[in-house]
Ligand binder design. Sequence first.
Ligand code: C2E
Ligand code: CA
Ligand code: CA
Ligand code: CA
Length: 278
Amino acid sequence: AKDGGRATYHFFTPELNRRASDRMWTENNLRRALANNELELFFQPQFAVGSRRLVGAEALVRWRQPDGSLIMPGQFIPVAEDTGLILPLGDWVLGEACRRASELLKHQDLLIAVNLSAVQMRRPGLADRVAGWLSAYNVPPEALELEVTESVLMDDSDVVAETFAQLREMGVPLAIDDFGTGYSSLSYLKRFRVDKLKIDRSFVCELKSDDPDSGAIAEAIIGMARSLRMQTLAEGVETEEQFTCLANLGCEQIQGYLLGRPMPYDDFVTFLKNQALV
Ligand code: C2E
Ligand code: CA
Ligand code: CA
Ligand code: CA
């Protein structure tokens, strides 16, 4: 029994230690990264299925290391949320997205989508911060789309409801991210009017042209969105087959590696200019 206990001890501890020290490293360095401008927004194009034209881009944060390598958001956003650093980080993302949007809008009419954390939505004053950044960079509210997950809208807090109402009043488009993965109850869709449902990648990657059942969930989401007068965007589209299935189901917009990966701002500007020439 003693040996067994020791074996267990040896098996778990290095892993737990590594995770704890990763978190500590992230926490200690993220604060400095924010101050030193080491964060960067990448942009992933979004296309209208009908016209095949670029209609927008999702801003996705990256942490640039001194050697040029990147740390992906999955590794630091959860730590930022636990430590409260998501508040200054999220505010930086909003400001930077508006700054880039004002430049991009000189090239083409488009929409920049920004991810909001639940922590940001639960803090009073978010709508004022958004309004401040929009006016600082002279960006029309219709050009900044805010993405929230279903869990935020299941939240019963008055702050969330008030922020939501203020953003709607301002004319900022709202989208539900990862739609279909969060909750079985859809009652919040009546309480919170949103403009767009982003169909989660998990429902897109199972699409097969020779299997009508594979599109059952995507089809249901698209039908529901239509009757609630919401737009649909499918995430994580990687193949022509998935694109065709979604087009046949009536999905309006597409985002995924098939049409463009998230890329640095300068590359996105080049991408934008090239597609405008086609
Ligand atoms: P998300 O909002 O669901 O973003 C989509 C993720 O899927 C991105 O990962 C994107 O690079 C990836 N993706 C796009 N197309 C494809 C595809 O065709 N196939 C596959 N396999 N993946 C695809 P990324 O950039 O690593 O971001 C991960 C998550 O981190 C995001 O998921 C979002 O929840 C969070 N995140 C990113 N930027 C921010 C931010 O500025 N603020 C907050 N609060 N969260 C952010
Ligand atoms: Ca998103
Ligand atoms: Ca998503
Ligand atoms: Ca997600």
